[in-house]
Ligand binder design. Structure first.
Ligand code: MN
Length: 399
């Protein structure tokens, strides 16, 4: 077992299982579920830009929208479908012919058609419709879409609160009607990794060839790990949104799923990882939902180091305090100077700025950095430069 990670760009716990996940892929729903975040409404140009960036990253399928919602929505989905991207473009539809016709008008490659299957939704949303009624609607929608040559994913809404035998029954019927994929939607975000694995395993045993897709919500902060356990259970497709935006607490964050699978589970997704930060920034700007500074993978602080002990080690080998090198996603680490900074951090910064120094000068600068920070001043590069100039001036005077 390699505990030194020599010549590696990642340094995950060697006891992590290497997942033999062949041909798994992402269908991103930033443009549909992500836009359902209360208060978020992308413009056409913004949606096109996000779709292009997702395509540049190498995402296999993009759920571009819900065309029946409005004429404007349909127009945007159509524009994305005709953009000539490598990704397949999907549209969301209820199990209604008019929704599917609308999607067909938008020139999409496929649809995700959804209907709720849980007793809770059947009783309170569908006024007591039976599971057989639901099944019939699902089958008709899948058959209709397949007749039109579309890729079809059938999604059981609130699947994780549906008795497993009902879920198997509905998804088997969907497969027999031609569905290419069936979705387990954890609509209210109440599954655990264990239940997600169980449901996917059971479904896989009962399906012939339809892929299983997982769509997880983050109400308990489990969206990413539930998605991964779905894959462990046999799912092939995983639903994500950039920055994890979406209804309520959001969805599984694309950047977290991608890097967790890549770094922790050693899965090669074949993506252009350096596109991730730009994509996340773009969605942060367009959605107006600010990323916390400590947001995993792309937060402003996640590749910043201040404490002297950490900085010293990171200068020697960054993997001592980083799970992977930020260069891998096209960003740079940041050494923040503050009251915890030692000589090495300051020397490192001086070297980066091309400033020559000797030991006395270094000690003087370190002292000043600590003083300034404790006076409440953030040591930005400008402030640091001022400190250096001040020390240099004083020294020239004394000569
Ligand atoms: Mn959802």
């Amino acid at each position: 077992m390699d505990f030194l990670f020599e010549n590696s760009w990642k340094a995950a716990c060697p006891y992590n299982p290497k997942l033999d996940l062949k041909d798994i892929y992402i269908y991103d729903t930033t443009l549909r579920d992500g836009e359902q975040t209360p208060g978020v409404c992308f413009t056409k140009e913004q949606k096109l830009n996000i779709a292009r960036k997702l395509d540049e990253l190498g995402i296999k399928q993009i759920e571009a929208g819900f065309p029946i919602v409005s004429e404007r929505e349909a127009e945007i989905v159509k524009a994305i479908a005709n953009e000539g991207l490598n990704a397949d473009i999907l549209a969301l539809c209820r199990t209604l012919k008019k929704d599917i016709d609308k999607a067909i008008d938008c020139d999409v490659d496929g649809i995700i058609t959804f209907i709720a299957t849980s007793p809770l939704h059947l009783k309170y949303k569908f006024n007591g419709k039976s599971l057989d009624d639901i099944l019939k609607m699902g089958v008709e929608a899948v058959e209709y879409a397949k007749e039109h040559g579309l890729f079809v994913a059938f999604s059981a809404e609130d699947a994780t609160r549906t008795p497993i035998e009902d879920l198997i029954k509905v998804h088997r019927a969907a497969e027999e009607s031609g569905a290419d994929r069936v979705h387990i939607a954890d609509t209210a975000g109440c599954a655990t990794p264990q239940s997600m694995e169980f449901i996917c395993k059971k479904l896989k045993e009962n399906l012939k060839k339809a892929h299983i897709g997982v769509h997880c919500h983050n109400d308990f902060g489990f969206a990413v790990i539930n998605s991964i356990y779905g894959l462990i259970g046999g799912a092939k497709a995983v639903s994500t949104t950039v920055n994890g935006i979406g209804e309520r607490a959001g969805n599984a964050a694309l950047e977290e799923i991608v890097m967790a699978l890549t770094v922790l589970y050693d899965v090669d997704l074949g993506l252009n990882l350096e596109v991730l930060p730009e994509l996340c920034k773009m969605v942060e700007e367009y959605s107006g939902i600010k990323l916390p500074k400590n947001k995993p993978i792309v937060g402003e602080l996640v590749f910043s180091h201040e404490s002297g002990i950490h900085v010293d080690a990171v200068i020697e080998n960054p993997l001592t305090y980083e799970p992977f090198l930020p260069e891998k996603i096209g960003i740079k680490r940041n050494i923040v100077l503050g009251k915890h900074s030692g000589c090495r951090a300051v020397a490192y910064k001086l070297k980066l700025m091309g400033i020559e120094y000797d030991k006395d000068m270094l000690c003087e600068i370190v002292k000043k950095v600590k003083e300034k920070r404790e006076e409440g001043i953030f040591i930005s590069d400008e402030v640091f430069k001022e400190i250096v100039d001040e020390v240099l001036k004083k020294r020239n005077k004394n000569k």
